[in-house]
Design a protein around this ligand. Structure first.
Ligand SMILES: [Zn+2]
Length: 64
């Protein structure tokens, strides 16, 4: 999620939202603040990015 900025506030402090059952790699990313967990429930409208400046979630996964 490099060089993506928040559509709400323009911040580039963006982390990707990961879905599904967290594995060791995902847990490590979350622990290091490189990603957040979106849970196991997802659909086409699920957001893919989270702005840490304003907590706005944006984007969509699209067709699964
Ligand atoms: Zn923002």
């Amino acid at each position: 999620m490099d060089s993506i900025s928040c559509p709400e506030c323009g911040s580039d402090d963006i982390v990707p939202i990961r879905y599904g059952t967290p594995g060791a790699e995902m847990l490590q990313e979350v622990e290091e603040g490189k990603a957040v967990m979106g849970g196991c429930v997802l659909d086409e409208e699920s957001p893919v990015g989270l702005c840490r400046a304003c907590n706005h979630k944006f984007g969509r996964l699209g067709p699964l």
